[in-house]
Design a protein. Sequence first.
Length: 209
Amino acid sequence: ASSDAAAAIRAVAAITGLANDDSRLLEIAADIGSDVPFFLGIGSTQSEKTVQAMRATGRGERLTPLRLGTPLRFLVVYPATSLSTAAVYRESVVAKEPVSAEPILAAMDAGDLDEIGRGIANRLAQSAAKLSPMVADLLEQMWRCGLPRCQLTGSGSACFSILGPGDDITTRSSALRRALVESNIKAHMIFAHTTSIPQRIHWQDCNVD
């Protein structure tokens, strides 16, 4: 929905002759939803040597360009269950001490996948798993199948694994597919990679139903 909203904003801007980097577009996007500005792609560039990401602060609408030392590949697993974002946030507990994002930002800049894996965290994962045991089961199965750097996406219910060049994704995704079938967990598996925004994205959809 957020990417659709951003596409609609860019379409209206093109029709009315507004520049893509017009600050009013970000203001409109932020009013619609916290993560809509990200999908506008303002300030994001990509070349063969440099892949850009965005750091989101505030409620998600304040964006700062980041450099990725290496493109990232992902296996995203979307279980056949949904979670209410509002309910997940209601169940969450705010930690007394925040965790600095600087180590993972440095790891992203250096392209150090192991450090990225150690640094990724999601404060909503515990509440999401409490509301949907299937999410907890899915993450457990991903770890058991040897998928690296696994975590929940946002408030769920999809989970992801960050893949490195040496990861045997064919064997591990096949093992996960079998494990999900045996556990009666229905899900879609999608392979994705970092790209510039906005851009038409292509993916391979592996349905394990």
